[in-house]
Design a protein around this ligand. Sequence first.
Ligand code: G1P
Length: 289
Amino acid sequence: MTIRKAVMPVAGFGTRFLPVTRAVPKNLLPVFDRPSVHLCVEEAVAAGIEDIIFIVSEGQEEPIARYFRPQPALEEALASRNNSAALEQMREISGMANVVCVTQTEQRGLGHAVLMAREMVGDESFAVFLPDDVIWADSPTIGEMIEVHRKTGGNVVGLEEVSDEDVPSKGIVAIERMSDTTSRIVGMVEKPALEDAPSNLAIVGRYVLGTEIFDTIENTPAGALDEIQLTDAIARHIESPGVYGYHFGGEHQDVGNPLGALKASVKAALDREEVAEELKSWLSCIVRY
Ligand code: G1P
């Protein structure tokens, strides 16, 4: 079973990142020098995904689509300046994947956003990325999750341990461990009070889902925050075809808030040879104050 499509919901006001999100879509803000949507598309493509379906809010379609579209005037300018490295990079971005945008006119929750992609996804299992979650891992996290989906035929979610403080803002699961990296999920609850949470294991924004999820979302009533929650729909498949968790390794940052985005930028810059040394020496000076 090949997974060829990924849905990336990016609609939303970006309230955790005001005021800059008054004018700039949150997932176009830089992680060092590229937006989180670029990093997620890169992860998807590395796992064999070809088609990306962004779910955007009104006004976001143009800036997101523009990022992935060829830009002839820019390419001409780079060519005339003999900047072949930048030119090649620009061409790589527009050639990364087939990108389409679907506009979500009402914001009724993550489940509702995923449902917007139904027609584009058609009749095949698909991946979902929440581009606030940026993950650096040796092997693409979504690729490992696609493997779990292949082996089990079930829905798969990314899992990470979170602090008590973060539990009430996440989807939280109860598991039966199968291996170091994989668990069977036996309970799921969206944004529980800490005392009702079955564990500290939270869903991170990576999913591999079967198409049965679309009918289920349609029949899922509003839940936490009075929104149609993807977690609630997935939970209805615990018995059949089953839900599995992938405990990913590597570094994860939530770039949907300023501190997470700053940490992600530092991490990304430390991975760049051309700036890493200067950044390290500046950081070691500045932290002394
Ligand atoms: C969403 C999901 C939640 C998950 C989280 C991960 O919540 O509903 O289950 O734990 O993403 O970032 P949101 O952040 O959209 O409230």
